[in-house]
Design a protein around this ligand. Sequence first.
Ligand SMILES: Cc1ncc(C[n+]2csc(CCOP(=O)(O)OP(=O)(O)O)c2C)c(N)n1
Ligand SMILES: [Mg+2]
Length: 332
Amino acid sequence: MTLKTNMTLSIDKKIAIDILRRMLLIRTTEETIAQKYPEGKMRCPTHLCTGQEAVAAVVGVVLRNDDFAISTHRAHGHYLGKGGDVNSMIAEIYGKVTGCSAGKGGSMHLIDKEVGFMGSTAIVGGTIPVGVGLGFSIQLHGGDQVSCVFLGDGAIEEGVFYESVNFAVLKKLPVLFICENNLYSVYSSLKVRQPEGRKIYKMVEGLGIKSDCGDGNNAIEVYEKLAPTIKEIRNGDGPRFFEFSTYRWREHCGPNFDNNIGYRTEAEYLEWKEKDPVKYMKSRLVDECILTNEEMHSMENDIQIKVNAAFDFAENSEFPSEEDLFTYVYAE
Ligand SMILES: Cc1ncc(C[n+]2csc(CCOP(=O)(O)OP(=O)(O)O)c2C)c(N)n1
Ligand SMILES: [Mg+2]
Protein backbone atom coordinates (compact mmCIF):
# COMPACT_ATOMS: atom_id res chain seq x y z
CA MET A 1 0.00 0.00 0.00
CA THR A 2 1.48 3.37 -1.00
CA LEU A 3 1.42 6.28 1.41
CA LYS A 4 0.65 9.64 -0.14
CA THR A 5 1.97 13.07 0.85
CA ASN A 6 -0.20 16.20 1.18
CA MET A 7 -1.28 15.39 4.66
CA THR A 8 -2.70 17.74 7.24
CA LEU A 9 -3.58 15.15 9.88
CA SER A 10 -1.83 15.78 13.16
CA ILE A 11 -0.97 12.12 13.56
CA ASP A 12 1.50 9.89 11.75
CA LYS A 13 0.06 8.30 8.59
CA LYS A 14 0.96 4.76 9.60
CA ILE A 15 -0.69 5.26 12.97
CA ALA A 16 -3.82 6.66 11.29
CA ILE A 17 -4.02 3.60 9.03
CA ASP A 18 -3.39 1.29 11.97
CA ILE A 19 -6.27 2.91 13.87
CA LEU A 20 -8.60 2.60 10.88
CA ARG A 21 -7.62 -1.03 10.30
CA ARG A 22 -8.47 -1.89 13.92
CA MET A 23 -11.76 0.00 13.68
CA LEU A 24 -12.69 -1.86 10.51
CA LEU A 25 -11.78 -5.19 12.09
CA ILE A 26 -14.03 -4.42 15.05
CA ARG A 27 -16.92 -3.17 12.87
CA THR A 28 -16.71 -6.09 10.43
CA THR A 29 -16.48 -8.66 13.21
CA GLU A 30 -19.43 -7.21 15.13
CA GLU A 31 -21.62 -6.88 12.05
CA THR A 32 -20.81 -10.43 10.99
CA ILE A 33 -21.71 -11.68 14.48
CA ALA A 34 -25.02 -9.79 14.20
CA GLN A 35 -25.69 -11.38 10.82
CA LYS A 36 -24.89 -14.94 11.94
CA TYR A 37 -26.27 -14.80 15.48
CA PRO A 38 -29.79 -15.94 14.48
CA GLU A 39 -28.27 -19.26 13.25
CA GLY A 40 -28.23 -20.21 16.95
CA LYS A 41 -24.66 -21.47 17.01
CA MET A 42 -23.38 -18.68 19.29
CA ARG A 43 -25.07 -19.75 22.49
CA CYS A 44 -23.85 -16.98 24.81
CA PRO A 45 -25.28 -13.47 25.18
CA THR A 46 -23.36 -10.93 23.08
CA HIS A 47 -23.13 -7.19 23.75
CA LEU A 48 -22.08 -5.65 20.46
CA CYS A 49 -20.15 -2.39 20.26
CA THR A 50 -21.09 -1.32 16.74
CA GLY A 51 -20.79 2.47 16.72
CA GLN A 52 -18.22 2.51 19.52
CA GLU A 53 -15.12 1.38 17.59
CA ALA A 54 -12.95 4.51 17.78
CA VAL A 55 -11.97 4.46 21.45
CA ALA A 56 -11.19 0.73 21.48
CA ALA A 57 -9.01 1.03 18.35
CA VAL A 58 -7.07 4.04 19.58
CA VAL A 59 -6.46 2.60 23.04
CA GLY A 60 -5.12 -0.53 21.33
CA VAL A 61 -2.75 1.59 19.27
CA VAL A 62 -1.41 3.72 22.14
CA LEU A 63 -0.89 0.75 24.46
CA ARG A 64 2.06 -1.63 24.09
CA ASN A 65 1.60 -5.38 23.92
CA ASP A 66 2.94 -5.70 27.48
CA ASP A 67 0.50 -3.12 28.83
CA PHE A 68 -2.63 -4.50 30.46
CA ALA A 69 -6.26 -3.95 29.53
CA ILE A 70 -9.33 -5.17 31.36
CA SER A 71 -12.90 -4.86 30.24
CA THR A 72 -16.61 -5.40 30.68
CA HIS A 73 -19.55 -7.32 29.22
CA ARG A 74 -19.06 -5.24 26.01
CA ALA A 75 -15.50 -6.43 25.40
CA HIS A 76 -15.15 -7.48 21.75
CA GLY A 77 -13.82 -4.13 20.51
CA HIS A 78 -11.45 -3.78 23.47
CA TYR A 79 -10.05 -7.26 22.86
CA LEU A 80 -9.59 -6.85 19.10
CA GLY A 81 -8.25 -3.31 19.54
CA LYS A 82 -5.62 -4.59 21.97
CA GLY A 83 -4.38 -6.97 19.30
CA GLY A 84 -6.51 -9.96 20.28
CA ASP A 85 -6.84 -12.71 17.71
CA VAL A 86 -10.15 -12.69 15.85
CA ASN A 87 -10.07 -16.50 15.39
CA SER A 88 -9.69 -16.98 19.16
CA MET A 89 -12.48 -14.54 19.92
CA ILE A 90 -15.02 -16.01 17.51
CA ALA A 91 -14.13 -19.54 18.61
CA GLU A 92 -14.72 -18.42 22.20
CA ILE A 93 -18.15 -17.06 21.32
CA TYR A 94 -18.92 -20.42 19.67
CA GLY A 95 -17.84 -22.15 22.92
CA LYS A 96 -14.98 -24.01 21.23
CA VAL A 97 -11.80 -25.27 22.88
CA THR A 98 -9.71 -23.12 20.51
CA GLY A 99 -11.26 -19.96 22.00
CA CYS A 100 -9.15 -17.50 23.97
CA SER A 101 -10.79 -18.72 27.20
CA ALA A 102 -10.75 -22.34 25.97
CA GLY A 103 -14.47 -22.20 25.25
CA LYS A 104 -15.44 -21.75 28.89
CA GLY A 105 -16.12 -18.03 28.99
CA GLY A 106 -18.05 -16.92 25.95
CA SER A 107 -18.43 -13.36 24.74
CA MET A 108 -18.38 -11.71 28.18
CA HIS A 109 -15.36 -13.57 29.58
CA LEU A 110 -12.45 -12.99 27.23
CA ILE A 111 -8.89 -13.32 28.47
CA ASP A 112 -5.64 -13.47 26.50
CA LYS A 113 -2.41 -12.87 28.36
CA GLU A 114 -0.43 -13.07 25.07
CA VAL A 115 -1.71 -9.58 24.25
CA GLY A 116 -2.07 -8.26 27.80
CA PHE A 117 -5.86 -8.64 27.76
CA MET A 118 -6.39 -9.61 31.38
CA GLY A 119 -10.07 -10.37 31.35
CA SER A 120 -13.61 -9.15 31.09
CA THR A 121 -16.63 -9.97 33.22
CA ALA A 122 -20.36 -9.39 33.24
CA ILE A 123 -20.52 -7.88 36.72
CA VAL A 124 -20.72 -4.14 36.17
CA GLY A 125 -17.68 -2.56 37.85
CA GLY A 126 -16.25 -5.98 38.73
CA THR A 127 -13.04 -5.58 36.75
CA ILE A 128 -12.28 -2.03 37.92
CA PRO A 129 -10.44 -3.04 41.13
CA VAL A 130 -8.70 -5.85 39.23
CA GLY A 131 -7.34 -3.29 36.75
CA VAL A 132 -6.17 -1.11 39.63
CA GLY A 133 -4.54 -4.18 41.20
CA LEU A 134 -2.72 -4.78 37.91
CA GLY A 135 -1.50 -1.18 38.11
CA PHE A 136 -0.30 -1.84 41.67
CA SER A 137 1.58 -4.94 40.47
CA ILE A 138 3.33 -2.85 37.79
CA GLN A 139 4.39 -0.34 40.43
CA LEU A 140 5.62 -3.05 42.83
CA HIS A 141 7.71 -4.59 40.04
CA GLY A 142 9.10 -1.18 39.03
CA GLY A 143 7.83 -1.55 35.43
CA ASP A 144 6.76 1.18 33.04
CA GLN A 145 3.62 -0.52 31.76
CA VAL A 146 0.13 0.92 31.98
CA SER A 147 -3.04 -0.82 33.14
CA CYS A 148 -6.09 0.30 31.18
CA VAL A 149 -9.52 -0.14 32.75
CA PHE A 150 -12.43 0.08 30.31
CA LEU A 151 -15.79 0.92 31.86
CA GLY A 152 -19.19 2.18 30.80
CA ASP A 153 -21.15 5.13 32.18
CA GLY A 154 -23.18 2.64 34.22
CA ALA A 155 -20.10 1.53 36.17
CA ILE A 156 -19.70 5.05 37.54
CA GLU A 157 -22.72 4.20 39.69
CA GLU A 158 -20.98 1.29 41.43
CA GLY A 159 -19.34 2.04 44.79
CA VAL A 160 -16.28 -0.01 43.89
CA PHE A 161 -15.42 2.55 41.20
CA TYR A 162 -14.83 5.22 43.86
CA GLU A 163 -12.79 2.92 46.11
CA SER A 164 -10.67 1.91 43.15
CA VAL A 165 -10.01 5.42 41.86
CA ASN A 166 -9.19 6.54 45.40
CA PHE A 167 -6.61 3.77 45.78
CA ALA A 168 -5.09 4.52 42.37
CA VAL A 169 -4.78 8.21 43.28
CA LEU A 170 -3.42 7.47 46.76
CA LYS A 171 -0.71 5.15 45.41
CA LYS A 172 -0.12 7.14 42.19
CA LEU A 173 -0.67 3.99 40.14
CA PRO A 174 -0.12 3.71 36.37
CA VAL A 175 -3.80 3.25 35.57
CA LEU A 176 -5.73 4.66 32.63
CA PHE A 177 -9.48 4.69 33.24
CA ILE A 178 -11.42 4.84 29.97
CA CYS A 179 -15.14 5.50 30.39
CA GLU A 180 -17.16 5.05 27.22
CA ASN A 181 -20.25 7.11 27.87
CA ASN A 182 -22.90 5.77 25.49
CA LEU A 183 -25.67 7.49 27.50
CA TYR A 184 -27.34 4.25 28.64
CA SER A 185 -27.13 1.54 31.23
CA VAL A 186 -29.30 -1.11 29.57
CA TYR A 187 -32.59 0.81 29.11
CA SER A 188 -31.90 3.61 31.61
CA SER A 189 -30.74 6.90 30.22
CA LEU A 190 -28.25 9.01 32.16
CA LYS A 191 -31.13 11.48 32.51
CA VAL A 192 -32.89 9.18 35.01
CA ARG A 193 -29.67 8.17 36.79
CA GLN A 194 -27.70 11.36 37.34
CA PRO A 195 -28.62 14.96 38.20
CA GLU A 196 -29.14 17.19 35.20
CA GLY A 197 -26.00 18.80 33.84
CA ARG A 198 -23.53 16.63 35.76
CA LYS A 199 -20.44 15.83 33.76
CA ILE A 200 -19.02 12.46 34.73
CA TYR A 201 -15.39 13.47 34.23
CA LYS A 202 -15.87 16.61 36.34
CA MET A 203 -17.40 14.60 39.17
CA VAL A 204 -14.57 12.05 39.01
CA GLU A 205 -11.99 14.86 39.02
CA GLY A 206 -13.21 15.58 42.54
CA LEU A 207 -11.46 12.39 43.66
CA GLY A 208 -8.11 13.99 42.86
CA ILE A 209 -7.48 12.28 39.52
CA LYS A 210 -6.57 14.25 36.39
CA SER A 211 -9.64 13.90 34.16
CA ASP A 212 -10.66 14.91 30.68
CA CYS A 213 -13.39 14.24 28.14
CA GLY A 214 -13.61 13.98 24.37
CA ASP A 215 -15.55 12.97 21.29
CA GLY A 216 -15.42 9.19 21.29
CA ASN A 217 -16.55 9.05 17.67
CA ASN A 218 -13.52 11.00 16.48
CA ALA A 219 -10.54 8.64 16.56
CA ILE A 220 -8.09 11.43 15.80
CA GLU A 221 -9.22 13.48 18.78
CA VAL A 222 -9.08 10.39 20.99
CA TYR A 223 -5.52 9.70 19.79
CA GLU A 224 -4.41 13.30 20.38
CA LYS A 225 -5.65 13.07 23.96
CA LEU A 226 -4.37 9.62 24.81
CA ALA A 227 -0.92 9.50 23.18
CA PRO A 228 0.70 12.19 25.40
CA THR A 229 -1.20 10.94 28.45
CA ILE A 230 0.18 7.43 28.14
CA LYS A 231 3.72 8.83 28.23
CA GLU A 232 2.92 10.79 31.40
CA ILE A 233 1.48 7.70 33.08
CA ARG A 234 4.56 5.66 32.09
CA ASN A 235 6.75 8.39 33.60
CA GLY A 236 5.12 7.89 36.99
CA ASP A 237 2.66 10.79 36.90
CA GLY A 238 -0.18 8.70 38.33
CA PRO A 239 -3.59 7.65 37.05
CA ARG A 240 -5.81 9.41 34.51
CA PHE A 241 -9.54 9.32 33.79
CA PHE A 242 -11.14 9.95 30.39
CA GLU A 243 -14.81 10.12 29.49
CA PHE A 244 -15.47 9.66 25.78
CA SER A 245 -18.95 10.20 24.39
CA THR A 246 -20.26 7.58 21.97
CA TYR A 247 -23.36 5.50 21.19
CA ARG A 248 -24.13 1.83 20.76
CA TRP A 249 -26.16 1.28 17.61
CA ARG A 250 -27.69 -2.09 18.37
CA GLU A 251 -29.71 -3.34 21.34
CA HIS A 252 -28.01 -3.63 24.74
CA CYS A 253 -27.60 -7.37 24.39
CA GLY A 254 -28.07 -9.16 21.09
CA PRO A 255 -27.90 -8.51 17.37
CA ASN A 256 -31.05 -6.47 16.80
CA PHE A 257 -31.99 -2.81 16.77
CA ASP A 258 -34.36 -1.76 19.55
CA ASN A 259 -35.20 1.88 18.95
CA ASN A 260 -38.86 0.91 18.81
CA ILE A 261 -39.26 -0.32 22.40
CA GLY A 262 -39.52 3.10 24.00
CA TYR A 263 -36.38 3.85 25.99
CA ARG A 264 -34.72 5.81 23.19
CA THR A 265 -35.84 7.21 19.86
CA GLU A 266 -35.08 6.40 16.25
CA ALA A 267 -34.27 10.09 15.78
CA GLU A 268 -31.58 9.96 18.48
CA TYR A 269 -30.07 6.82 16.93
CA LEU A 270 -30.03 8.40 13.47
CA GLU A 271 -28.37 11.51 14.86
CA TRP A 272 -25.54 9.40 16.29
CA LYS A 273 -25.37 7.22 13.20
CA GLU A 274 -24.54 10.37 11.24
CA LYS A 275 -21.46 10.62 13.47
CA ASP A 276 -20.38 7.08 12.49
CA PRO A 277 -16.76 6.84 13.72
CA VAL A 278 -15.74 4.42 10.96
CA LYS A 279 -17.21 6.55 8.18
CA TYR A 280 -15.52 9.63 9.64
CA MET A 281 -12.08 8.00 9.80
CA LYS A 282 -12.42 6.54 6.31
CA SER A 283 -13.34 9.87 4.79
CA ARG A 284 -10.54 11.69 6.66
CA LEU A 285 -7.95 9.27 5.31
CA VAL A 286 -9.26 9.54 1.75
CA ASP A 287 -9.69 13.34 1.94
CA GLU A 288 -6.15 13.74 3.26
CA CYS A 289 -4.84 11.52 0.43
CA ILE A 290 -3.47 8.92 2.85
CA LEU A 291 -5.44 6.17 1.15
CA THR A 292 -7.17 6.00 -2.23
CA ASN A 293 -10.69 4.64 -2.48
CA GLU A 294 -9.27 1.51 -4.13
CA GLU A 295 -6.84 0.97 -1.26
CA MET A 296 -9.69 1.46 1.20
CA HIS A 297 -11.87 -1.12 -0.57
CA SER A 298 -8.98 -3.54 -0.70
CA MET A 299 -8.40 -3.13 3.06
CA GLU A 300 -12.08 -3.68 3.79
CA ASN A 301 -12.15 -6.73 1.55
CA ASP A 302 -9.08 -8.26 3.24
CA ILE A 303 -10.65 -7.71 6.65
CA GLN A 304 -13.94 -9.33 5.65
CA ILE A 305 -12.01 -12.35 4.34
CA LYS A 306 -10.11 -12.57 7.65
CA VAL A 307 -13.36 -12.35 9.63
CA ASN A 308 -15.08 -14.97 7.47
CA ALA A 309 -12.09 -17.25 8.01
CA ALA A 310 -12.47 -16.75 11.78
CA PHE A 311 -16.06 -18.01 11.62
CA ASP A 312 -14.93 -21.04 9.58
CA PHE A 313 -12.20 -21.67 12.15
CA ALA A 314 -14.74 -21.49 14.98
CA GLU A 315 -17.24 -23.76 13.26
CA ASN A 316 -14.56 -26.33 12.47
CA SER A 317 -13.11 -26.34 15.99
CA GLU A 318 -14.07 -28.85 18.70
CA PHE A 319 -16.08 -28.19 21.83
CA PRO A 320 -14.10 -28.68 25.07
CA SER A 321 -13.97 -32.31 26.17
CA GLU A 322 -15.19 -33.41 29.59
CA GLU A 323 -11.58 -33.51 30.71
CA ASP A 324 -10.98 -29.96 29.43
CA LEU A 325 -13.77 -28.74 31.68
CA PHE A 326 -11.63 -29.32 34.75
CA THR A 327 -8.40 -27.73 33.51
CA TYR A 328 -7.51 -24.08 34.01
CA VAL A 329 -7.12 -21.76 31.04
CA TYR A 330 -4.04 -20.25 32.73
CA ALA A 331 -2.38 -22.63 35.13
CA GLU A 332 0.02 -20.20 36.81
C1 LIG B 1 -23.40 -5.33 39.50
C2 LIG B 1 -24.32 -5.45 38.31
N1 LIG B 1 -25.48 -4.77 38.31
C3 LIG B 1 -26.32 -4.85 37.25
C4 LIG B 1 -25.99 -5.64 36.17
C5 LIG B 1 -26.92 -5.72 34.96
N2 LIG B 1 -26.27 -4.99 33.85
C6 LIG B 1 -25.61 -5.65 32.89
S1 LIG B 1 -24.93 -4.59 31.76
C7 LIG B 1 -25.57 -3.26 32.55
C8 LIG B 1 -25.39 -1.88 31.98
C9 LIG B 1 -24.07 -1.32 32.14
O1 LIG B 1 -24.05 -0.08 31.51
P1 LIG B 1 -22.69 0.57 31.14
O2 LIG B 1 -21.71 0.36 32.23
O3 LIG B 1 -22.97 1.97 30.75
O4 LIG B 1 -22.18 -0.28 29.89
P2 LIG B 1 -22.84 -0.40 28.43
O5 LIG B 1 -23.74 -1.61 28.46
O6 LIG B 1 -23.56 0.84 28.14
O7 LIG B 1 -21.68 -0.63 27.54
C10 LIG B 1 -26.28 -3.64 33.69
C11 LIG B 1 -26.95 -2.69 34.62
C12 LIG B 1 -24.79 -6.37 36.24
N3 LIG B 1 -24.39 -7.16 35.25
N4 LIG B 1 -23.96 -6.23 37.30
MG1 LIG C 1 -23.45 2.76 28.95
